[in-house]
Design a protein around this ligand. Structure first.
Ligand code: AMP
Ligand code: ZN
Length: 117
C-alpha cells in the first residue's frame, strides 16, 4: 500500500512514532490527538498516504468509505453517538490543515458551536 516514510501520520500508523492507539486494522489507524480540542478527540486515518481531500481520486472511494464507517464504529464504541459528535476534515492551509495525510477528527464529549471557527 502506498506510503510516505517522511509523513508523520504514516510513521504513527507504522508504529515508528508512538501514539495512543484507539483502533487499527488493515485499512485504518486511529489514535488520540496530542492536543485535544474536546474531552474525546480521536484522529482516524487511512493507512494509505493521501495528502488531503484535494488529492482524492476515484480509486480512493472505497478506502475513504471504509475510514468513515470505522469512524462511526469508534464513535459508538466510545459512546459518543448518544449525545452526538463531530467529524472534521480540514483541507488546505486556510482551513487549518497542518498534517498532510488525510485524517478525520472525531470530536465529542462537549457541545459544539456552529458555525465552526
Ligand atoms: P489538522 O490541523 O487538521 O491537520 O490536524 C492535525 C492534528 O494532528 C492536530 O489536531 C494535532 O494536534 C495532531 N497531531 C500532531 N502531531 C501529533 C502526534 N504526534 N500525535 C497525535 N496527534 C498529533
Ligand atoms: Zn502519510
Amino acid at each position: 500500500m502506498a506510503n510516505n516514510d517522511r509523513c508523520l501520520f504514516c510513521r504513527i500508523a507504522n508504529g515508528e512514532i508512538s501514539a495512543r492507539k484507539v483502533y487499527e486494522d488493515d485499512d485504518v489507524f486511529a489514535f488520540e490527538d496530542i492536543n485535544p480540542q474536546a474531552p474525546t478527540h480521536v484522529l482516524i486515518i487511512p493507512r494509505k498516504h493521501i495528502a488531503s481531500m484535494d488529492d482524492l481520486g476515484d480509486g480512493d472511494a472505497a478506502i475513504i468509505g471504509t475510514t468513515l464507517a470505522r469512524a462511526a464504529d469508534i464513535a459508538r464504541t466510545l459512546h459518543l453517538n448518544s449525545d452526538g459528535y463531530r467529524l472534521v476534515v480540514n483541507t488546505g492551509e486556510a482551513a487549518g490543515q497542518t498534517v498532510f495525510h488525510v485524517h478525520f477528527h472525531i470530536l465529542g464529549g462537549r457541545n459544539m458551536g456552529w458555525p465552526p471557527g
